[in-house]
Design a protein around this ligand. Sequence first.
Ligand code: SAM
Length: 320
Amino acid sequence: MSTRKTTIDHFAIDVETGLRTTPKFLSSKYFYNTEGDRLFQKIMAMPEYYLTNAEEEILFEQADDIRIAFGNQPLDIIELGAGDGSKTKFLLKNLVDNNVDVRYIPSDISSNILAELQSNFAKEIPKLKVITLAGDYFKSLVKLPDSANRKRVLLFLGANIGNLEKKHAVEFIGELKEFLNPGDSMMIGFDLKKDPQTILDAYNDSSGITAAFNINLLSRINVELDADFNIDQFSHWERYNPETGAARSYLVSRKKQKVTIGAIEQTFEFEAWETIRMELSQKYSIKDISELAENAGYKLTEQFIDGRGYFVDALFEIPT
Ligand SMILES: C[S@@+](CC[C@H](N)C(=O)[O-])C[C@H]1O[C@@H](n2cnc3c(N)ncnc32)[C@H](O)[C@@H]1O
């Protein structure tokens, strides 16, 4: 079976499972087709989406400290869900300019964004060796090149970890240890708990880009799975719960309606105002982060925080 066919099968199975569950859900990992990648780049550029500036400031202004924390040795920097790498490049430039022997191995479920990353990096950091791995997180990791005599540093930036429920984050980070040796490390970007209004605004922009990003997944199902979602009959809704730290996006059916997905020959019914859960963006406190490190079997060694205290890139090490 071709890889494309297998990908479509997984997509169809996940969509069917999500729409047969109560309440309905769709996995946010399917947001990132070519249009989704383009919309996410627009989100990163929005003034309300403070996450980009905050993490970029850390990776640019604290690059020397991060390089020193990584240690003076040959490095394999492996990034999970790298996207366009537009923030990571500041750290990688610092490593290359300081003559660190570094290979950069970005992975992403979107082969489109990896191709863009590769072409930009070839122009902007031509001395950097880049090896791209397309696919879901763990499917990419099994294809990693051998890291003999090199320290592995996994990067999981951009608050991607927030897409996992907190208990799944512990399991996920724990399972990553399979790809790391004692002394290797992982740097994780966490969005910190802050003024609830600041958080809500980041996911509920007045220009409607985040709404379009969510709705785009219905359009993708229409095109790739031969479905008939009427996208005008679904609205985006965002909610932030400061008690749990969970920001969640929903699509809400504006009327009672039926949707047929041709590729799986199935029809799904929506009640008026029924929701589809789309994306979780979990916020963390510093205490939550040390508990996560401990529960997943890591040592929290450094925390690089931006000037406003909005975001942290935390270094987790595998104890030697
Ligand atoms: C929120 S964006 C962040 C991108 C980048 N880390 C940054 O900080 O700019 C999430 C990225 O993770 C990728 N992604 C989401 N789920 C994934 C999965 N299950 N496996 C691999 N990549 C995934 C998406 O394609 C997207 O590029």
